[in-house]
Design a protein around this ligand. Structure first.
Ligand SMILES: [Zn+2]
Length: 267
């Protein structure tokens, strides 16, 4: 494993790390990107975990959100409308409302266009990957700008419209409709999990960006990839649980490293 400490060191170390990653990507036949909260943090969206995390600030929420929602969907929507919701949700919602993709998101979209990565599996719900132009996108925890039927999985894009009241039942199956964002205690939708697993099974290289690799089941995909022989590369400002299984672990942000990687792979 190469552990490259880019922060605070001469630029040549960062450049070397980028060149090592570019070489591995060039030699791989199917590279899948995987992003976590660190990617969103660079767009000003606070994470849940860690020193500046929302849960550190406000305390961890109850982990039974999904069962509470299913028990009383109308009550859930009413609490939301009346702002009787957790402070950490309000802070998150305000940040999401104004967040824009950063240079790292746009570089990933370009890396997909030139074929350097084939798909992106993201744990983020902010819809910024989609906004940046990524096409083969698997949003494992859902997308906050969509509604989803919990019975048949049918999804509807909201655009900028944010519903304040409980949406009508599903047009296709009359099932209960909720935000696509996966709640605590809610299983990852089976179609999404299957797509993510299929991408990981095809990958001979996974580029893990801004993920602490601690949230299951998404993080488990990285160990599945490693166990099946894929090369794991990490781009993260700090060491993570993943670092020990990475071929290259680059200490850098997505906004700094990904445009450089794109430049190298476009040359
Ligand atoms: Zn349905």
């Amino acid at each position: 494993m190469t552990n490259i400490q880019a922060s605070g060191s001469p630029n040549s170390e960062l450049n070397n790390g980028i060149e090592q990653i570019a070489e591995i990507v060039r030699e791989s036949s199917y590279v899948v990107g995987m992003t976590g909260a660190g990617m969103s943090v660079e767009s000003g969206i606070p994470p849940f975990r860690g020193v500046d995390g929302l849960w550190t600030k406000y305390g961890a929420p109850k982990m039974d959100g999904y069962s509470q929602f299913k028990k009383d969907p109308t009550g859930w929507w009413n609490r939301r409308t009346n702002e009787k919701i957790d402070d950490h949700i309000i802070e998150l919602r305000d940040a999401l409302a104004t967040a824009e993709p950063h240079a790292g998101h746009y570089a990933l979209a370009e890396l997909e266009k030139i074929g350097s990565i084939r798909s992106l599996v993201t744990q983020n719900i902010d819809a910024l990957d989609e906004k940046a132009g990524l096409e083969n996108l698997i949003e494992i925890h859902g997308n906050r700008t969509k509604l989803r039927c919990i019975e048949c999985g049918d999804r509807e894009s909201l655009g900028d419209f944010v519903p304040l009241f409980a949406p009508d039942p599903c047009k296709k199956c009359d099932g209960l409709v909720k935000f696509d964002t996966v709640m605590f205690g809610e299983p990852i939708p089976s179609d999404v999990m299957a797509s993510a697993r299929a991408e990981i099974d095809k990958a001979d290289c996974v580029l893990a960006i801004g993920t602490s690799a601690t949230v299951r089941p998404a993080s488990g995909l990285l160990w599945i990839a490693e166990a099946s022989g894929a090369t794991i590369i990490e781009i993260n400002p700090t060491e993570t649980k993943l670092t020990s299984i990475c071929k290259v672990s680059l200490r850098s942000t997505a906004g700094e490293a990904l445009p450089m990687l794109l430049q190298s792979l476009s040359a």
